[in-house]
Design a protein around this ligand. Structure first.
Ligand SMILES: NC(=O)c1ccc[n+]([C@@H]2O[C@H](COP(=O)([O-])OP(=O)(O)OC[C@H]3O[C@@H](n4cnc5c(N)ncnc54)[C@H](OP(=O)(O)O)[C@@H]3O)[C@@H](O)[C@H]2O)c1
Length: 310
């Protein structure tokens, strides 16, 4: 069976993708900065150091496919200038190291599947009633995330000059019961508060961890896939609908909806608040036309799967 080398395989998405790969019979090598104290049976680990541009090249030599997920968490800390640099360079320099290794080492890598993000697009230019969603050919936004996503995608582009098929998945907000955005949305509900952000009208392009992980596998196996694909569920919802659906699922009728004003968010998370307040609607026609079938197309189906019912 084929071998998949996965950078960032220890992260939220990476762990799920890795399990799926193992279930499908793939050999998996996780490329990491530090071998975990508790390793997963069936997985090999290989070390790299992006800062010093060193890597265990034998891992690249063994790979049939590379999945590239590594990068500093975008929402983990406040966006200081130092943090912004780390967010960008952990992606661009890790891509550079992988590409340099592919150039210098004999290998048989057939496809390189890279994470990318909806941040490419910026905010919806029209209200949800008239906007059909961003399509993959649209240019990158000029804000911080737009810039980051542009540099990130540019950093993997050279893969195609090596004759390797390149797929970039522009991922929306991943909903998982192991962390990430859903944990943040769920936290206030512990005290019965459904925290709607600002007006709550802003659209969230979400996707379940299950569907996004299956999409990485689909991109490996479907050799017709090439270039960028939006990776979000076909039915995005407003922040208010997501919050209320989550509240009903977790607490039945026993919750109190509260609007958190934009200025409070700004105070708490700084510049990053722009990201949770803006509408982002992505068209997923391209991935659907490629034949991908969503297991969780609606927010009700997604939360039913991920969250225990009250
Ligand atoms: N989760 C989402 O909602 C979402 C949405 C859009 C796009 N994405 C993108 O999808 C990818 C995976 O997301 P995720 O949520 O699974 O992220 P995550 O849980 O933060 O995992 C990212 C992994 O990247 C590695 N990493 C972090 N900083 C690094 C650095 N400076 N140098 C090298 N490796 C580093 C870490 O692996 P080691 O510690 O093992 O080295 C970490 O496990 C990310 O690139 C993310 O931006 C995620």
């Amino acid at each position: 069976m084929a071998t998949v080398l996965i950078s960032g395989g220890t992260g939220m998405v990476g762990k799920f993708v890795t399990q799926l790969l193992l279930q499908q019979g793939y050999h998996v090598i996780v490329l990491t900065r530090k071998i975990p104290a508790v390793t997963t049976p069936g997985i090999k680990y290989a070390l790299w150091n992006v800062a010093t541009q060193t890597i265990d090249a034998t891992a690249v030599q063994q790979a049939d496919y590379i999945i590239h997920l590594a990068g500093e968490g975008v929402a983990d800390k406040r966006w200081t200038e130092k943090r912004k640099k780390e967010i960008i360079e952990s992606r661009t320099q890790s891509s550079a190291l992988l590409i340099k290794t592919l150039q210098q080492t004999p290998h048989h890598v057939k496809a390189f599947i890279s994470a990318a993000a909806q941040g490419w697009y910026g905010a919806d230019p029209q209200p949800p009633t008239t906007f059909g969603g961003f399509t993959e050919a649209m240019p990158a936004a000029t804000d911080f995330l737009g810039n980051t996503c542009k540099q990130w995608e540019d950093s993997v582009a050279a893969v195609t000059t090596l004759g390797i098929r390149l797929v970039k998945l522009r991922i929306g907000i991943v909903l998982s019961n192991t962390g990430g955005a859903l944990a943040a949305f769920t936290k206030p509900l512990g005290t019965g508060v459904a925290a709607i952000l600002s007006s709550g009208q802003q659209i969230i392009s979400w996707i379940t961890i299950d569907d996004v992980s299956r999409m990485f596998l689909y991109a490996i196996e479907n050799t017709a896939m090439n270039g960028a694909y939006n990776a979000a569920a076909p039915h995005p919802v407003s922040n208010k609908v997501l919050t209320q659906t989550l509240a009903q699922q977790l607490r039945g009728r026993f919750y109190m909806p509260i609007h958190v004003p934009a200025w409070v968010l700004k105070l708490v998370v700084g510049e990053m608040s722009i990201e949770v307040l803006k509408s982002v609607t992505m068209s997923v026609k391209k991935i659907q036309d490629a034949g991908f079938k969503f297991a969780y197309p609606t927010i009700e189906a997604a939360l039913n799967k991920l969250v225990p019912r009250a």
